[in-house]
Write a protein that binds this ligand. Structure first.
Ligand code: B3K
Ligand code: ZN
Length: 881
């Protein structure tokens, strides 16, 4: 258990390591009751360090027994070192030496899932960020890069497959039915990229020819029951490898690339050098078991982890404050990849939705931090939407400001200049500056200042002069530890439309002959006024096209303007955005005045979306989705959750009743025949059809009910099966709902990834009985406290999606969450800390809810022996009262 008063670690305290490791020799003896790890480090004093300290300090965590320590082959007496749980200090070491350490660890009892642990009978590892220190004592920091040689020994029958990073250089049998394989990784790497897997796994093979005609062996390792679920990930991997060559000129470097699927995993996947380890739910797919969304998620995660081979592994982070160096950049790379292989507009909508719903909330809450944080207690808490998604937006803004060609020059320079190094976000920006000649000094504030910039836009039209003036003011709200922020450098893409829906040329001067139809305004001051000349009428502005910066925009749109933009804006993203803003406005007016009718304009706007099959159906599918409750809550001050829920439901019901015929026609028009395919078109059609079905069932439509039941029984893919199940679960047809849930479970009870979806569809529904249902699910035999996916699909989905139940008047939802966090804190602090998140926004809510949320946080705070992970989140949330 970790100390209950954790230290804060500051970026300003960074010092280069006093010692470097040139080579790591590892030997793992794996047994059922534990593992012996023999580690030999070839170390030397770092010439760049000014420390004259003779002692050497290594990190350790939860290591059961330190069996021996030797220096240059000579065993050390206990007096030569000090062994505390989290540090091994050797009092005096020479300038260059070989250090031998033997530890005994217990992977079978490792419930934290950090370091070496067991999942479904196999051994696997997770070392990022600080898991390697749970395997052996080591200078566990990313700027210590070494070459690794790893010998894995285990029982041959139980663990026929033995894997680690790099190439397998030796293998053979040992006494007592055991065997070994030795792996050598020629690329120096930080220990967080180390990986080991041992298990009884089937191997799926494929190959890839690189741009320099090298043949790469591609291998996936999965449990035998998952053998048929590998094709999609393998195809995605090959697409990603090709894309990285074409778009970034990056070629794979080892001879083998391996992917392993494990069921118990704290997050989505991990980019260990040459041996990526995935959460089963983020890699395994078949049309019967995975939805379209899962197919797309898998493609993007496989690509993300692969792209890390350059943005993360070949060029890594100097320290964990620089995490966004690899994560922001790699998310940007995987987003562009998904946009290229799918629908760019839809991808942009998905990214912006996530950002505006969840990252903006994080940036406005007690855990708000810059893309490059200044301090942390537990680094695991900083794998956040800010580091990943806002970090990606920041890289995307550099791309917008420089243009594709200069950005590519910048990334080439970055990879070339820093290959094999551990560097900072500043090094990344400098490479972009050096390659482009642009000054990004003000832009760097995006890395330093937290909080979401707010842009207030005003406009006026000078009829006589034909000039349209747009004034944009920016301000950035205060966040913990940061006030009075400086204006940031913001790319603001816009267009102007005439009253008949035509794009207008943007003449920034009266005699601008080659005025473009859209442009990127660069905001650098607290206030700017831009003039557009030569206009004969007042235009309708299309603001922040393509969501060109992660900011909030305030402009007094009328409903007429929004409806107009919904059908005329050439920018697909802004069409969708106008629809969202209109729906938000309509729902919010019902929240404040319950007597009001649903605006007929909204119904007509949706009617034309449903009717016009010439429109981009992928975009229509997105436009038909009403803003989520979570987004509506995020937009509101002191949100009244039940009222928001009721208002949104009312709009949904009204739309469903008013558009019944159109919905039925949409349903039938989008019924697909032929083999299942995950193309943007097929995905859009299934999505449209399932949205139509969900709306129809929302008002208990008889025809809808019949369609849902036959779709549930007859469809050949999980998207439609789940679409029908979800529609039934959210309907008032209780008998049918129970029947479908029971049938579904019976059919899929042996497939954990499907059972997780079965849990989630129930825990996320406001119609299944609230907390009572959650307790019932947690008592179900398939629920497993040791499996993060089960915890997320029941408890996480309840608190994050079933918002009326979570925010129930009596505060029971909050107390429930607090109890689960307390319970989980002992076994898996990382997951426990993530679960706390919905409570951290207590100040946003009116006291009737806020006080109850706060008292739930206090219940967690008062648990004895609280982990560092949960301690940090809870204390920061309660701070400053
Ligand atoms: N780098 C890993 C995340 C590790 C999280 C450690 N708590 C996956 C990724 O971002 O690719
Ligand atoms: Zn990543």
């Amino acid at each position: 258990m970790r100390t209950s008063q954790p230290q804060t670690i500051f970026l300003k305290d960074y010092r280069v390591p006093a010692f470097l490791v040139d080579h790591v020799d590892l030997r793992f003896e794996l047994f059922e009751d534990g593992a012996r790890v023999h580690c030999t480090l070839a170390m030397r004093r770092n010439p760049d360090s000014d420390s004259s300290d003779k002692s050497l300090e290594l990190d350790g965590d939860s290591l059961t027994t330190l069996e021996s320590v030797s220096l240059d082959g000579n065993p050390l007496e206990g007096s030569a070192y000090e062994d505390r749980d989290d540090k091994l200090t050797l009092h005096e070491v020479p300038d260059q030496f070989n250090l031998g350490i033997v530890t005994w660890i217990e992977p079978q009892n490792n419930t934290r899932l950090e370091g070496l642990y067991k999942s479904s009978g196999m051994f696997c590892t997770q070392c990022e960020a600080e898991g390697f220190r749970c395997i052996t004592y080591f200078p566990d920091r990313p700027d210590v890069m070494a070459r690794f040689r790893t010998r894995v020994e285990a029982d041959k029958t139980r663990y026929p497959i033995l894997l680690s990073n790099g190439n397998d250089v030796e293998k053979g049998d040992l006494a007592d039915g055991r065997h070994f394989v030795t792996w050598e990784d020629p690329f120096p790497k930080p220990c967080y990229l180390f990986a080991l897997v041992a298990g009884d796994l089937v191997e799926k093979r494929d190959s890839f020819k690189t741009m320099s005609a090298r043949d790469i062996d591609l291998r996936m390792y999965v449990e035998p029951r998952n053998a048929e679920k590998c094709d999609h990930a393998m195809d995605s991997l090959k697409r990603a490898m090709r894309w990285d060559e074409e778009v970034y000129g990056r070629e794979y470097d080892l001879d083998i690339f391996m992917i392993v699927a494990v069921d118990d995993f704290n997050m989505g996947a991990m980019e260990n050098k040459g041996l990526n380890i995935f959460n089963s739910s983020c890699v395994l797919a078949s049309q019967e078991t995975a939805t379209d969304m899962a197919f797309q998620r898998i493609e993007s995660i496989v690509a993300h982890e692969y792209f890390h081979n350059w943005s993360g592994n070949r060029v890594t982070c100097r320290d964990w404050f620089q995490l966004s160096l690899k994560e922001g950049f790699t998310v940007f790379r995987d987003s562009c990849f998904s946009a290229d292989v799918g629908s760019p507009t839809v991808k942009r909508i998905e990214d912006a939705t996530m950002l505006r719903t969840a990252q903006f909330a994080e940036d406005a809450g007690p855990m708000a931090h810059p893309v490059r944080p200044e301090s942390y207690m537990e680094i695991t808490n900083f794998y956040t939407l800010t580091i990943y998604e806002k970090g990606s937006e920041v890289v995307g803004m550099i791309h917008t400001l420089l243009g594709a060609d200069l950005f590519r020059k910048g990334s080439d320079l970055y990879f070339e200049r820093h290959d094999g190094q551990a560097v900072t976000t500043d090094d990344f920006v400098r490479a972009m500056e050096d390659a482009s000649g642009r000054d990004l000094s003000q832009f760097r504030l995006w890395y330093e200042q937290s909080g979401t910039p707010e842009l207030t836009v005003r406009d006026e039209f000078d009829d006589a002069a034909g000039i349209y003036r747009l004034t944009i003011d920016q301000s950035i709200p205060d966040t913990p530890g940061q006030t009075n922020k400086k204006p940031q450098h913001i790319p603001f893409a816009i267009g102007l439309l005439s009253a008949d829906g035509q794009p207008l040329p943007l003449k920034l001067t009266a005699d601008d002959a080659e005025a473009p139809m859209d442009c990127v305004l660069e905001l650098t001051d607290a206030s700017h006024t831009f003039e557009f000349h030569g206009l004969s009428e007042r235009p309708v502005p299309s603001l922040l096209r393509g969501f060109s910066a992660p900011v909030r925009v305030f402009y007094p749109w009328t409903r007429e303007q929004l409806t107009f933009l919904m059908s005329h804006d050439p920018d697909g993203f802004n069409r969708w955005d106008a629809g969202q803003r209109l729906a938000v406005d309509v729902i919010n007016s019902l929240v404040s005045s319950t007597g009001e009718n649903v605006d007929a304009g909204l119904v007509e706007a949706y009617r034309s979306l449903l009717a016009d099959s010439s429109l981009d159906q992928a975009l229509v599918a997105k436009m038909l989705q009403l803003p989520s409750e979570a987004y509506l809550i995020e937009l509101a001050d002191q949100p009244n959750v039940p009222a928001i829920h009721r208002a949104r439901e009312r709009v949904l019901e009204h739309l469903a009743r008013s558009l019944r015929d159109e919905l039925l026609a949409c349903y039938h028009r989008n019924t697909l025949s032929g083999p299942y395919e995950v193309t943007p078109e097929a995905v859009a059609r299934r999505s449209l059809r399932n949205t139509a079905l969900a709306w129809l069932l929302h008002v208990d439509d008889e025809e809808g009910r019949t369609l849902a039941i036959s779709q549930f029984n007859e469809s050949d893919n999980m998207t439609d099966r789940m679409g029908a199940l979800r529609a039934l679960v959210n309907s008032g047809y209780e008998k049918e709902q129970e029947q479908a849930l029971a049938d579904f479970y019976r059919q899929w009870k042996d497939d954990p990834q499907v059972v997780e979806q079965w849990f989630a569809v129930q825990s996320g529904s406001s119609r299944t009985g609230g907390l009572r249902k959650i307790h019932e699910l947690m008592e179900h035999s398939a629920f497993d406290w040791k499996n993060p996916n089960k915890i997320r699909s029941v408890i996480g989905v309840f608190a994050g999606q079933n918002l009326p139940a979570f925010h129930a008047e009596d505060g029971a939802g909050y107390q429930f969450l607090a109890e689960q966090v307390r319970k989980l804190d002992d076994s898996n602090p990382q997951i426990a800390a993530r679960l706390v998140s919905p409570l951290t926004r207590w100040r946003k809510f009116a006291p009737v809810h806020g006080d109850q949320m706060k008292s739930a946080l206090e219940t967690i705070r008062d648990k004895s022996g609280l982990s560092r992970d949960v301690y940090e989140v809870v204390h920061k949330s309660l701070a400053g009262q």
